[in-house]
Ligand binder design. Structure first.
Ligand code: NAP
Length: 199
């Protein structure tokens, strides 16, 4: 398969690239690295990327930049990033990319555990994650020849190590990538895949 991976340079994205590269043709993308540059916060940039790469069999997004901050510390810019990039950027990747998908293809987006559990700093990112999961459920009902799913990662071990935060209950990036493989290779549509279930 020809698989586009947006956010391919990130902790989760690079583990997905590693897991897929042996068997598939992988096209890596992000704002600053990869085979093709894209900024998901810009509709023009997403259209330009698909003009450049043409048809693909699957689209995976592991892109994100939403902040985990206490409510009083969240700025207008933080909410813009959460809603404009994390939420609408990924939704637009699906909306603009679906016409470049081969029939039977799939789109897999990324939300996160913040959609379901409360912790300090989860308000903006949780808003985006819950919106993505609800969009996926609703939009998938109208799809006939492609599939749409979203992976909801719990904390990734390498990310927590970078932050110096506790790693108990976390899942490695390699094991997190298994959920994306399940969405890519499976038959599910409209599902939110929780990473512990596939690790
Ligand atoms: N790591 C965790 O513990 C964890 C847990 C739950 C959910 N998540 C979610 O999983 C996703 C990936 O997490 P991660 O830890 O792998 O993140 P990361 O290491 O920070 O990587 C983020 C990736 O997204 C790209 N990116 C950021 N903004 C972009 C934009 N506007 N357009 C295109 N690409 C963009 C970055 O590349 P450029 O900077 O070059 O654009 C990078 O490749 C995020 O949505 C995050 O919220 C992560």
């Amino acid at each position: 398969m020809k698989v586009l991976i947006v956010g391919a340079s990130g902790v989760i994205g690079s583990a997905i690239v590693k897991a897929l590269s042996d068997k598939h043709q992988v096209i890596t993308a992000s704002r600053s690295a990869g085979d093709v540059k894209v900024d998901l916060s810009s509709p023009e940039s997403i259209h330009a990327m698909f003009d450049q790469i043409g048809q693909v069999d699957a689209i995976i997004s592991a892109a994100g930049e939403a902040e985990i901050k206490p409510l009083d510390a969240l700025t207008d810019l933080d909410f813009d990033r959460a809603s404009g990039m994390q939420l609408m950027g990924q939704i637009n990747l699906f909306r603009y990319g679906r016409n470049s998908l081969t029939p039977g293809g799939s789109v897999t987006l990324t939300s996160g555990i913040a959609s379901q559990i409360n912790f300090q700093g989860a308000a903006a990112i949780g808003m985006a994650c819950a919106g993505l999961e609800r969009f996926t459920d609703a939009a998938s009902q109208e799809l006939t020849d492609i599939r749409l799913n979203v992976v909801s990662p719990v904390s990734v071990t390498e990310s927590m190590e970078k932050l110096g935060w506790p790693t108990e209950g976390t899942i490695s990036a390699t094991d997190t990538a298994k959920s994306y493989l399940a969405a890519l290779n499976g038959t599910m549509n409209g599902q939110t895949l929780s990473t512990p279930e596939y690790a």
